[in-house]
Design a protein around this ligand. Structure first.
Ligand code: NAD
Ligand code: ZN
Length: 341
């Protein structure tokens, strides 16, 4: 099969001929139709410090996908050939305290497809049945290929009650933009989105942001009067991974405010701890999606009218992966999709 591979420990990717993965007793073999490029894939493509430490070559990369069931292991009970599916890329142990308590997203032994084992940027992917997610026939298959990042946005946005709250989202990347639309549908009063990239702020506007702020030109607080925000934000979703965005957030939160941290901040990030303490802020780290409540909720949110389609800005054939990765790298994009059929 054709697969996008990090062959050697160096920048770049190559399209290679690879063996079709084995289908174990409880595995589902998926014929991949569409995949979406994530920041993690870019790190691996660029071969940055994180990738050098984390990735063992050769490996098929990618973890955002949808496809059609091609074959099933003897023990598979819930899927048949021809089903349209996506899937959770975090494979959990099933036996640790959190897995057994039904909180698989908190498993401390999680293995990631396209990172720790073969990924989805290929013509076929073999995945344990318990990680496969059925795609409802009402759902557009481009959107289904973005379930993984959409699930991250859903996990963050559903962490706190949104009704009538003023929400700050720092970072108008694909996940920040998707979270914008989710917060609005959940009843947030104001959703304010910051970035330094005007292409992405326009996307956030399309996704329903009440106000977008280019932090290189405007101060967040200057919007409070127009938006009738008295004392600051009730909820903050940090989706940039930039320390200065986190500090903007802490500064503009109202007392008792609640923050979800999705963006992966550098370990040496400095914050004004006294503001967190004296304002009594609550901070929650978010990793991946709740298995599988985030999946259920995003499914039903979309079926109920959540529209994230503006986030898909580019589609390329898998053979044109080089252009696709350059487009994703340019940041003048939302989600970039690779087509395998
Ligand atoms: P992205 O990198 O495409 O988007 C981040 C956005 O933040 C960019 O548009 C960038 O211009 C903007 N930004 C940079 N500095 C800023 C600042 N000071 N203020 C406001 N915005 C700023 O990423 P994405 O795919 O949308 O993902 C969002 C974040 O979540 C990334 O940091 C990513 O690594 C992280 N992530 C975490 C998880 C998890 O499980 N915790 C999963 C996926 C992604
Ligand atoms: Zn576990």
């Amino acid at each position: 099969m054709k697969a996008l591979v990090k062959k050697h420990p160096e920048p770049g990717l190559t399209l290679e001929e690879m063996p079709i993965p084995k289908v174990g007793t409880n595995d589902v073999l998926i014929k991949i139709q569409k995949t979406a490029i994530c920041g993690t894939d870019l790190h691996i493509y660029q071969w940055d410090k994180w990738a050098q430490k984390k990735i063992n070559t050769p490996i098929i990369i990618g973890h955002e996908f949808m496809g059609i069931v091609e074959n099933i292991g003897d023990g598979v009970t819930h899927y048949t050939v021809g089903d349209i599916v996506s899937g959770e890329g975090h494979i959990t142990c099933g036996y640790c305290r959190n897995c057994r308590a039904g909180m698989r997203h908190l498993c401390h032994k999680t293995i990631g497809i396209g990172i720790d084992r073969g990924g989805a940027f290929a013509e076929y992917l073999s995945l344990p049945e318990s990680n496969v997610w059925p795609v409802h026939k009402d759902i557009n298959i481009d959107i289904a290929s973005c379930f993984d990042p959409l699930g991250n946005a859903v996990h963050c946005a559903l962490s706190y009650s949104m009704v009538a709250e003023d929400v700050l989202i720092t970072g108008a990347g694909p996940i920040g933009c998707m979270a914008t639309a989710i917060c609005k549908i959940l009843g947030a009063r104001n959703v304010v989105v910051t970035d330094n990239n005007s292409f992405r702020l326009n996307l956030a506007k399309k996704m329903g942001a009440d106000k977008t702020i280019n932090i290189t030109k405007e101060k967040i607080e200057d919007s409070f009067k127009d938006l009738r925000i008295s004392n600051g934000f009730d909820i903050g979703l940090e989706m940039s991974g930039n320390p200065s965005a986190l500090n903007d957030m802490i500064r503009t939160m109202y007392h008792g405010g609640k923050i979800a941290l999705l963006g992966i901040l550098p370990n040496d990030t400095l914050v004004k701890w006294n503001e967190i303490i004296f304002k009594g802020l609550k901070i929650k780290g978010i990793y991946g999606r709740e298995m599988f409540d985030s999946w259920y909720k995003m499914n039903q949110l979309i079926r109920g009218g959540l529209d994230i389609s503006p986030i898909i800005t580019h589609k390329f054939k898998a053979d044109d992966f080089q252009t696709a990765f350059e487009t994703a790298e340019s940041t003048e994009c939302g989600k970039v999709i690779l087509e395998w059929n």
